[in-house]
Structure formats: structure tokens, C-alpha cells
Design a protein around this ligand. Structure first.
Ligand code: FES
Length: 107
């Protein structure tokens, strides 16, 4: 289980415990955290689960594959160095303490 913090653009934060084998996206959906649409259900096609990983984060994340890299060029809010698709981030104990920032819009 990992404690994950979702921060909204207005500064509001929601902290939830997410169990494996969920993803960071699924953790938000299961806990009714607004700001992640996930229209494709987690198959790395829609880009509406875009998040910004906190720049100070030292939490180890899996490397980005080519599909995620491509989809991140089509997100509603600008891609940044710290952009990821939250559906491509499987939750493990290692993700405990992860802080993700939600973009202003997903579509
Ligand atoms: S849910 Fe569609 S790309 Fe992540």
C-alpha cells in the first residue's frame, strides 16, 4: 500500500491509501478524486489521466515507454519534464509518499 497525495490546481490536496495492483489513476478514481478523467480506462490511449509528478519527488517511478511518450504530446495541458500518464504508474510500496499535481484540464 502507498499513501499518495493528489494536489489540485487550486492547492487543495487529497491524500489516499492505494493498494497494489492499482495504478495512480485508479487510486484517484476509486477514491473520488476529481481531476483525472481516464476516458480510455487505463490503456494509454486518451491522455486524460495526465499528472505532473512533484519536482522534488524522490519516489522511484517506472520508466516511460514509447506509447506513453507519444500520448503525452496530445494532452489538454502542456507537457512538462515531469508529466506522466497516471494509468501507467502501477502502485507499489515504493510509491509511498508520492505527490502528483493535477493539471487544470484533461480534455
Ligand atoms: S486513462 Fe487513458 S491514457 Fe491513461
Amino acid at each position: 500500500m502507498a499513501k499518495i497525495t493528489y494536489q489540485h490546481p487550486n492547492g487543495t490536496i487529497t491524500v489516499v491509501d492505494v493498494q497494489a495492483p492499482n495504478t495512480v489513476m485508479r487510486g484517484a478514481k476509486l477514491n473520488n478524486v476529481d481531476g483525472i478523467e481516464a476516458q480510455c480506462g487505463g490503456s494509454a490511449q486518451c491522455g486524460t489521466c495526465h499528472v505532473y509528478i512533484d519536482e522534488a519527488s524522490t519516489v522511484p517511478l517506472p520508466p516511460m515507454d514509447e506509447v506513453e511518450d507519444d500520448v503525452l504530446y496530445g494532452t489538454a495541458c502542456p507537457r512538462r519534464e515531469n508529466s506522466r500518464l497516471s494509468c501507467q504508474l502501477p502502485v507499489t510500496d515504493d510509491l509511498d509518499g508520492l505527490l502528483v499535481h493535477l493539471p487544470e484540464a484533461q480534455s
